[in-house]
Design a protein around this ligand. Sequence first.
Ligand code: G3I
Length: 455
Amino acid sequence: MTERCQGDTRPRTGPRARTAIVLAAAALLAATSAVFLPGTASAGTTLGASAAEKGRYFGTAVAASRLSDGNYTTILNREFNSVTPENEMKIDATEPQQGRFSYGAAEQIVNHARSRGMSVRGHTLAWHSQQPSWMESMSGSALRSAMLNHVTQVATHFRGQVVAWDVVNEAFEDGSSGARRNSNLQRTGNDWIEAAFRAARAADPGAKLCYNDYNTDNWTHAKTQAVYNMVRDFKSRGVPIDCVGFQSHFNNDSPYVSNYRTTLSSFAALGVDVQVTELDIQGAPAATYRSVVEDCLAVARCNGVTVWGIRDSDSWRASQTPLLFNSSGQKKAAYDAVLAALNNGTTPTDPPTTPPTTPPTTPPSGSCTATLQDSTRWGDRFNSQVTVSGASNWTVVVAVTPPQKVSNTWNGSPTWDSSGNVMTMRSNGSGNVFGFTTMANGTWTRPVVRSCTAS
Ligand code: G3I
């Protein structure tokens, strides 16, 4: 189907021809939607919803201290479907005194996010920086034990609430050496990183475990290659690593480069997911923001993009105005570019995209009807779309089959039962069509609509 864009100056057809085209298009849609709906790309009007339609998330770093700022939370709640605590899960915040854990600020963010259907990235369990003073002064086996205990305690505390952890952060040197950073953690022995990953896996087997770093965007750089070699080694030896985070703090000294997509795809080819975890770009050039998003969309295993703050005034380097919203909370040109990239982006076709073949489910209903249709399918997940008729304020209950898990939703407000398998979706003013992404975890059974209730 050809779409007409603003600025399209092609001659328009007359009313009868237009009617015929509309009828033909409707017939085509009716014929195809029973089995497969391509991504409804044009429907997305917020970053999170548009990313979700591509099976991705769009996230932001959040500071607990800003959750009382209405301008900030309005944008957060409207635009984003993933959240990373900016500082509140770091070691100095969560274990300020050895053995005494403090989760209040982190929980504030986690609760804010999860109660609104946003997922949470955990940042970070083991890092040479932002260590509490008791840890900074430790070394050797005592430090190794303290680090592993920290990983275990924090990952256990948030078990089931964090979809991906930055288990280890920034463990490599900048420059041409390709060496590990000389930190107190590194001096406990070269195996400290894999030990941290094993402890995290044992503590929260359901979370994706990431290595996260900066200046690893340029495929030709020694640091990028060093991290790549570590991940390849980990995969070959069965060290439990699931993903690599690319912070992507771009500035004039460390700019975006066109081989970024090569970097993402090369890591993905090792059998890990890749995520853009802390994106900000000096001056927020729209074209560069767009390129980053297009690069992620082009790589099937790129799960999503997180920007490192909402408004320029929220940024750790505010003077560089590197974010998508200005300090008043207004959308910048970079925002429009990112949204356009998310809406126009292609859906990766690898692995095969065989759609489910059973017909859509028409559920039992009270005074409304909810119809579930299959949408885009990838190698590890699939999207579903539910259309509600007969009510504008509705509550729809949908169940997925374990071990499936819903990882993203859009155009509704979800809550969950204790098993995590039954989602109650309520209308939130976004219309009568909502969607969600299900991680198959090896099971491709279609989700079932259990009920539709008007309220
Ligand atoms: O909260 C205190 C406040 O009470 C005090 O008055 C003030 C005075 O300095 O400090 C405040 O804490 C600051 C904190 O940010 C919250 O604003 C810390 O000093 C400051 O060091 C801290 O900076 C954070 C930085 O990591 C620390 O390394 C930035 O917010 C945070 O954006 C930044 O994030 C890192 C990622 O974790 C890893 N990748 C790089 C990225 C940017 O540096």
